[in-house]
Design a protein around this ligand. Sequence first.
Ligand code: COA
Length: 274
Amino acid sequence: MRITDLLPATLFRDKTVFVTGGTSGINLGIARSFAALGASLAICGRSRAKGEHAAQGLRALGGEVRCHVLDVRDADALLAAMEQTGQDLGPIHTLVAGAAGNFPCRAEDLSPNGFKTVVDIDLLGAFNAARSAFEQLKQTQGNAIFISAGQSFMPYAFQAHVGAAKAGIDQMMRDLALEWGPHGIRCNSIAPGPIDGTEGVKRLVPEDMRPHLERAIPLGRFGTVEEMGQVAVFLASPLASYVTGTLLVADGGQNLPGSGIWTQALMRGAGSGN
Ligand code: COA
């Protein structure tokens, strides 16, 4: 189902949305959903080629699009890109802080710089983005959406670096919601589960593990980038006008703690097909 079958195609007309890491994956899916609903888009990423390709696809949806080649660890570059965006497209109404890096690695094999690299991209990058967008969000009474993950609140093997970064993002999001609420700015996070066709799934889910993981997800399947777009659009829209400081988990139930293997065995016994 297309998002325009669910919501008016003018919902974000005259609104500017800035998406860090918006050149691919979940972030690009989110950017596409906003573009389809009339928003002007600015995306940023480290690869010019990926950025231009993504921008071309977004323009085909009808709106104004700008692409900035930068690294979110570079706070000055991010601030300059946001100021340029404000001049080109109008002040930012929604920030999606989605740029992230991930690789599976045993903690004892991970170098301090490997740990720092992921924390710098994910957590510091999200802070840089929020701080750079603040003045414009204040002007528009806008909102910030942070892309988190189940690693924020569930322990995952080989993900100590990512868990630290994502938990940091979510606590920072709550702190910002508290500080910036009086300015009319809402702050929320999305924790996607495994999303089809993304770099994250390519890195973390070996193909032969996929059927097993799908069986362990209560909804029985991976999610789509379009579904993550729907969640982001909800959080940025007037539908969520009283929602701030929330971590919205959109993972098909993957991170429900439950009782693991015991539950799966019972469900199989009950002939659920799982
Ligand atoms: N296992 C263990 N350590 C790793 C690693 C891996 N697979 N990949 C990188 N590292 C370590 C490096 O060895 C280096 O540490 P060192 O200096 O002690 O050797 C450190 O991480 C930085 O690596 P570098 O390649 O210089 O970082 P980068 O800034 O160029 O790239 C990454 C950042 C490592 C996160 C890279 O994987 C990336 O660009 N990812 C973006 C895409 C992505 O991850 N998408 C999925 C999001 S869910």
